[in-house]
Structure formats: structure tokens, C-alpha cells
Write a protein that binds this ligand. Structure first.
Ligand SMILES: [Zn+2]
Length: 106
């Protein structure tokens, strides 16, 4: 993670992490990941590139047993959300089309 991403994730951990004891081993010793990973949609065992959702996640791991929680990096604020797709801009009307509009209005 970039230093600013790590800083934002640390802030998320400080204000939002209230996990408590590990549900598997009952200890309370977690290690936060220092990298963002991406989860792809399952594609029948193959690898599908593009076209499906990708979840950027940061793992938080129980240091005793390995139980792992994945935190969404966008929701946690470590990573900026991708821009939403925008509608294509309306093209200016050609002279023929504008004349047809004018005739309809008359
Ligand atoms: Zn554990």
C-alpha cells in the first residue's frame, strides 16, 4: 500500500475495528495487512480478466491461528472508488436533423 493508503487504513482500524476475540481460537491478536489484494468473481476454475466485479480487500489476520478477515479497501477509505460510468455526450445535431426538427415544430 502507498503510505497515504496505509494511513487511511490505520485510521479505519483505529475507529472501526471492534472485532473482539478471534472466533476460531479466542485470542485477540490481529495483524493488519500492508497490501491491497483483489478478489475476482469465480469463473469455473479459470481466470477471467475484465468484465466482472473485482473487490479490493485488505486482510486482517489472527496472529495465533490464521483466521482472516477481508476489509473492503474502498469502503475503508484506503482506496478511492473508481469513477462511475457516464452517459455518452449528446452529439450536436446535423443540419438535416435540425431542419427536420424545425419542420415538425411548424
Ligand atoms: Zn485465531
Amino acid at each position: 500500500m502507498e503510505p497515504d493508503q496505509q494511513q487511511r487504513f490505520n485510521e479505519w482500524l483505529r475507529t472501526k475495528w471492534h472485532h473482539g476475540a478471534c472466533p476460531v481460537c479466542q485470542t485477540n491478536s490481529y495483524t493488519a495487512g500492508s497490501a491491497i489484494f483483489q478478489m475476482f468473481e469465480f469463473a469455473g476454475g479459470g481466470l477471467r480478466l475484465g468484465g466482472g466485479p473485482i473487490y479490493p480487500v485488505i486482510p486482517v489476520v489472527c496472529a495465533n491461528c490464521g483466521y482472516t478477515v477481508f476489509i473492503n479497501a474502498i469502503v475503508a477509505g484506503a482506496l478511492a472508488a473508481p469513477p462511475l460510468p457516464t452517459a455518452p455526450e449528446e452529439q450536436p445535431k446535423g443540419a438535416e436533423e435540425a431542419a427536420a426538427d424545425q419542420q415538425r415544430d411548424e
